[in-house]
Design a protein around this ligand. Sequence first.
Ligand code: DGY
Length: 326
Amino acid sequence: MKIFVTRKIPQAGLDVLAKQFTVTINPNDRVLDKKEIITSIKGKDGLLCLLTDPIDKEVINAEPQLKMIASYAVGYDNIDIAAATKRGIPVSNTPGVLTQTTAELAWALLFSVARRIVEGDTFTREGNFKGWAPMLMLGQDVSHKTLGVIGTGRIGAAFALKSKGFHMNVLYTDEQRNEQLEQQLGAKKVPLSQLLKESDFISIHVPLTKNTHHLIDEEQLRMMKKTAVLINTARGPIINEKALVKALTEQWIFGAGLDVYENEPELSEELKRLKNVVLQPHTGSGTIETRTKMALMAAENMMIGLKGGIPPNCVNTEVFQKKPTT
Ligand code: DGY
């Protein structure tokens, strides 16, 4: 069977696939557009794609031979799952292996903003450091403050649990109660508005859906404390970027740490100019170990799926449900 991989991923995963399948990899280290993906999957049985690939209905229906889509990401808002399910194509993702890595990046951003690390680095490199000064580059304490976690699934919960050493008061929002967080941290489930008003640090960990698009808009930003720090390692469109630029420019909040952007990879010029925001190029899962695990996981899902089994990380298991006999 033949597989198309939309961009080079760690070799370990490709080696696994190459043992069993004929693998074609996008020879260019860049994102392919929809037309290029459609052309590339001609005659292929499997598609291994990335979160940057637009896998919509048109792509999914383009190749009759296509039997399996393995995504090299945990978030799959770029894939039309309903269209894949309709065609009986299983779609898999890579949950779990990137949980701690993404939670760690959220903390790295939180500290970078709170202690003005990037600003301080630039200041020092540029020769502006003339000696210790009582009022130089003052930031925000983290310990004993209130942490607001929006979404306490795998990554949100791991992020919250890491606050333990900082003795924080933890608030969270979720559709369901997270008893582990309540027991281990004394975390309190509160409405979003309360979390926004009371938290010193707010971190977003929900998937991008119709309901979470612009979950943080001007109204929500205005609810936050003037000293609040907002972190987003989830998906860009969860925050209205225009409203965030306004909030940061007019200093409604202290700062923000972003790994994702509303129109990724584009970001507004104003955002680039602001000093109270730390910007990262969507590297939440970006460590050697984690990316290797993601590649192996995507390869395993692909192998099992193409052999007719249920991929361990299938997100649309409905495709395996037996149709009722009439
Ligand atoms: C994912 O896998 O969805 C992450 O955004 C990758 O960093």
